[in-house]
Ligand binder design. Structure first.
Ligand code: SF4
Ligand code: F3S
Length: 107
């Protein structure tokens, strides 16, 4: 089992999640973070830290967010690891909770 970053992270990238992960299993893309399912130890520490409430257990993904399990797995192999908190993206507060952001995902 693993935790999964879902759609609401896109164009926000607050990175609070990175600060608490004991195994540094987050990977960073241009406007989204993902969790490497092979590194995640399922500790759940990151879930309550995300201001956008974008992190869920893979077993409790909200309806419509199922695709993010495979996206996290795929992109974690391509993107570099991130272990330190960075500034959120500009306008992150405006993009928080906006629907249909998947098409804005940059690779
Ligand atoms: Fe890291 Fe724990 Fe979150 Fe997995 S559940 S990404 S190990 S903080
Ligand atoms: Fe994204 Fe939330 Fe982390 S917006 S970068 S999953 S704190």
């Amino acid at each position: 089992m693993t935790f999964v970053v879902t759609e609401n992270c896109i164009k926000c990238k607050f990175t609070d999640c990175v600060d608490v992960c004991p195994v540094d299993c987050f990977h960073e893309g241009p406007n989204f973070l993902v969790i490497d399912p092979e590194e995640c130890i399922d500790c759940s520490l990151c879930e309550p830290e995300c201001p956008a409430e974008a992190i869920f257990s893979a077993e409790e993904l909200p309806d419509g967010q199922e695709i993010f399990a495979s996206l996290n797995e795929e992109l974690a192999k391509l993107w570099p690891s991130i272990a330190e908190v960075r500034d959120a993206l500009p306008d992150a507060d405006d993009w928080k909770n906006k629907p249909n952001k998947l098409e804005l995902l940059e690779r």
